[in-house]
Design a protein. Structure first.
Length: 271
């Protein structure tokens, strides 16, 4: 089993960096083969540029089309190909980053922007010509664990907390990136309250992360609804009989980890 540990913090002495070392050692001790991408240490450029696609001539194409063409002919920038190879080998992605402005640092967002291109992570079709996404895609079969450090107390990231529910804050990453490309996201791992004066919780948090990693193989991912499950209509909205009258991000998870009884599989992708 291969794991890719992706770290996004400018300081090698940061809590994020220390937790990355803990995670890498714990994974190695649990039998994983570990690779790393320390984005700041690599000098990763987060900005998508025409040079990424091997042709700087701007013909007015979308980035999606340009990246697909470059991927198909092997013209992507070498650093992108290197990261894609790491992802391709990985059975598990572990992302470690601080919560900045209710999201991931720009360098990590830029890693996804440049690496998860059309043809590699998305833009695929099944044998019937239907799109593979939301539970299927170029990265199906992989899991993703996010380890997030945050200055505020943990209760502020609960469903009634002032900062908002952590899984909802990370919905674009967990659902819109991981699940969209076929990866199964695990519940995020929050290390909170770290900006409190005199915080001395590192040893406890390191042990908690080691315990989490030790149990990863048996852990169930977030039970998001797959596009192929039949819960969504052709308009990509939940069918009227699925959780009628309810809305919000939580409706995209299955009830009790299972699809609702009576939600038959239908052809959702035609038309």
């Amino acid at each position: 089993m291969y794991a890719l540990v992706v770290t996004a913090h400018p300081s090698p002495r940061s809590l994020t960096a220390e937790l990355a070392r803990v995670a890498g050692a714990a994974l190695d001790g649990s039998g994983w083969s570990v690779e790393e991408s320390d984005l700041y240490a690599m000098g990763w450029d987060p900005a998508v540029r025409l040079e990424d696609f091997g042709d700087v001539v701007d013909g007015g194409e979308t980035v999606t089309l340009r990246s697909r063409r470059a991927y198909d002919v092997g013209a992507l920038a070498p650093e992108i190909v290197t990261e894609q190879d790491k992802v391709r080998r990985a059975d598990l992605l572990v992302l470690l980053f601080p919560m900045w402005w209710h999201g991931m640092p720009a360098i990590l967002k830029g890693w996804f922007d440049r690496v998860f291109v059309n043809g590699f992570a998305f833009g695929l079709q099944d044998d019937a010509g239907l799109p593979r996404k939301y539970g299927d895609g170029g990265l199906v079969g992989r899991r993703m664990l996010t380890v997030v450090t945050a200055g505020d107390r943990g209760s502020s990231f609960e469903p009634r907390g002032q900062n908002g529910d952590l899984e909802h804050l990370l919905f674009p990453l967990l659902h819109g990136t991981a699940w969209y490309t076929g990866m199964a996201p695990l519940r995020p791992h929050l290390v909170s309250g770290v900006d409190r004066p005199g915080w001395d919780g590192f040893d406890q948090e390191a042990d908690r992360l080691r315990e989490r990693i030790a149990g990863l193989r048996a852990e169930r991912p977030i039970p998001y609804r797959a596009l192929s499950d039949g819960d969504y209509g052709r308009d990509r909205r939940l069918r009227p009989d699925v959780l009628p009258g309810e809305s919000g991000l939580g409706v995209h998870e299955c009830v009790d980890g299972h699809r609702l009884a009576g939600a038959g599989v239908v052809d959702l992708n035609r038309g």
